[in-house]
Every structure is written in structure tokens, then in C-alpha cells.
Design a protein around this ligand. Structure first.
Ligand code: ASP
Length: 318
């Protein structure tokens, strides 16, 4: 049984996309799609989560994810508190679970957690009261499930036939939670040709990303790809001495218009942001006609609304 699900199959926690049933993923994507509005239009608002409280606990920097979780909760009528507490065991003082129990006593219904240490969202989820949901907003290098869902939604809007797609994920795969969540969701949706493209030092361990073709050159990895997902080098997870030289990295792995021409003519370009222009991607590509990077941000809030609605509105009254 997937421990993130309730007995009735609805979603209670969202810690990982690994082994999430395809119908549930599709339900979340459909729901999110119904909440997407064109820029400039009034965003959807409801009172579906009136009386519920969502706490954002972020101990790593975040712009898009934190703001969009906050706006998503507010647009569904929930109250939001943003806390600067340190949850991970690296921090002395009040233990992680004491903090969580304090929040629980304050009638918090959902904890949205970002932390640099692996395992924090899962540990919290294992200890909260039955009415509390835990949502990962980025767990170390391990997973970033709402990012995976928004990436899948963005791809689906342009290329709905997942089974037929060739998708290249390029960059620091080794340290990327975005790549891991993309792998889980895209596999679940039936993508067969999923490639990871990285210099040898940034490749994941053998055995990770099973079934993905590994390419160490951008030229071979991009060939005829329908989707190109660029990633940032996770400098915060790499020792200074091991960091690749930015200029040399760009020369071999930077996505320029010339290199993008190796992919299919209608290929889309994605990036979870923050982007390092001139390191992993050229501005002409990031801002060019094939870029869907801003769509990803817009889809992020719709996905987070769909997830919050699923975990909170779906639970029994109380
Ligand atoms: N914003 C994404 C994350 O939190 C990607 C990145 O930081 O490179 O993982």
C-alpha cells in the first residue's frame, strides 16, 4: 500500500511521486488544468478550504514554490502561516517533532515542508495526527513532487501523447530532485524514451533512473527530442572543489539555439528555475519561442491548488 494514500485511495500526503497510481496523477493534472487561466485573467478563487490552515515550513531558499503554495492555499480560502523554523536534525534545540506537534496543537491542517536533509517530510508524515497532511515542497536531492506534476502538466498542454515522446533531461541530474520527480511522473504516464544528459561527474549512481538512456554529450542526448528539460547545477549540494567551471560547462552543455536545432523542430524547452543564463541555458533560448518556462510557473499554482484541494477537501469533515 502506498503510505501517502488513505484507505479510500485518496491522497493524504504528497512526499514522492514514486509509485503514485496513474489515475490519481491524471486526476490531479485534470483538476490543475481546470484551474489554469490566461495571464491577465482573474485567477479562480473558492472557499473550498475555508477554516483550514496551511503552514509553510521552508528551510531552503524558495521563490516560486513558497509563493505559489501560499497563493494556492489563499485562493482556496485557507489561512496560511509562513514559518522560519529549522526542522532538520542538524539543528540543535527543539526537536523536529516537537515543532510539528506544536503546530498540530494550533490546528494546522497541512504542513508544506522544504528541507535540505533527506527524509524530513516522510518522518514528519509518519508522526502527525490522522487529520494532518504533509506536502513536500522539495526534499534534498530526493524529490519535488509538485514540480514533477507541474512539469507533466506543462508537457501535456503541448504534447499530450506521452507514450510517443522523447524527453531529454539535461544537467546536474545527480543532485536534482526535479529530475527524480520528473522521472517518476513521466514513467507513470508512459514515456518510454526518457534520456538523462550530463557530464560523468553529474550523472546519478548506476541503478538510479532505471531504463533511462544516459548521454554524456548534449549533441547525442538532444537528437530528435520532443522535450528538453534543462537543470541548474545544484551548487549548494556540491563541494566547492568539485564544482564544474562555468565557462567550460556552458561550452559543452549550455543550451544554445544552435544546439536546440538538434531536437525536433517543435521541441519545447523547460527549466524549473532559478536559471543561470550563460551557464546551462542561453538567454535567446530561455526567452525564445520554444520556451515554456513561464508556463511552468503559471501551471505551478494550479497544480498546488489541485493538490491542496485533494488532501484537505477530500478528508472527512471535522
Ligand atoms: N527550484 C528547483 C528546486 O527547488 C530547481 C532548482 O533549485 O534548481 O529544486
Amino acid at each position: 500500500m502506498n503510505e501517502q494514500l488513505r484507505a479510500d485511495g485518496s491522497l493524504r500526503h504528497l512526499i514522492t511521486l514514486e509509485n503514485l497510481p496513474r489515475p490519481l496523477i491524471e486526476r490531479l493534472l485534470d483538476r490543475a488544468q481546470s484551474l489554469v487561466r490566461p495571464l491577465g485573467a482573474r485567477p479562480p478563487v473558492s472557499r473550498a478550504l475555508a477554516g483550514r490552515t496551511v503552514a509553510n515550513l521552508f528551510t531552503e531558499p524558495s521563490t516560486r514554490t513558497r509563493v505559489s503554495f501560499e497563493l494556492a492555499a489563499k485562493r482556496l480560502g485557507a489561512e496560511v502561516v509562513n514559518l522560519e523554523v529549522q526542522l532538520s536534525s542538524r539543528v540543535k534545540g527543539e526537536s523536529m517533532l516537537d515543532t510539528v506537534f506544536t503546530l498540530q496543537s494550533l490546528h494546522i491542517d497541512a504542513l508544506v515542508i522544504r528541507d535540505a536533509e533527506p527524509g524530513v517530510p516522510g518522518t514528519v508524515a509518519a508522526h502527525v495526527a490522522p487529520h494532518v497532511s504533509v506536502l513536500s515542497a522539495g526534499e534534498a536531492h530526493v524529490g519535488h513532487p509538485t514540480q514533477g506534476l507541474l512539469d507533466a502538466l506543462t508537457i501535456r498542454q503541448h504534447k499530450p501523447n506521452f507514450e510517443k515522446l522523447s524527453i531529454a533531461v539535461v544537467g546536474d541530474i545527480r543532485h536534482s530532485r526535479v529530475a527524480r520527480s520528473a522521472f517518476h511522473v513521466l514513467r507513470a504516464l508512459g514515456v518510454a524514451d526518457l534520456r538523462i544528459v550530463a557530464p560523468p561527474a553529474l550523472m546519478p549512481e548506476p541503478g538510479e533512473f532505471p531504463g533511462c538512456a544516459r548521454h554524456t554529450t548534449l549533441e547525442s542526448g538532444l537528437k530528435d527530442a520532443d522535450v528538453v528539460m534543462m537543470l541548474r547545477i545544484q551548487t549548494e549540494r556540491i563541494a566547492q572543489a568539485d564544482l564544474p567551471d562555468a565557462a567550460r560547462y556552458y561550452a559543452s552543455y549550455g543550451l544554445t539555439s544552435e544546439r536546440l536545432a538538434l531536437a525536433r523542430p517543435d521541441a519545447i524547452v523547460m527549466h524549473p528555475q532559478p536559471m543561470n543564463r550563460g551557464i546551462e541555458i542561453a538567454s535567446e533560448v530561455a526567452d525564445g519561442p520554444r520556451s515554456v518556462i513561464r508556463d511552468q510557473v503559471r501551471n505551478g499554482i494550479a497544480v498546488r491548488m489541485a493538490v491542496l484541494n485533494e488532501v484537505l477537501a477530500g478528508r472527512s469533515a471535522g
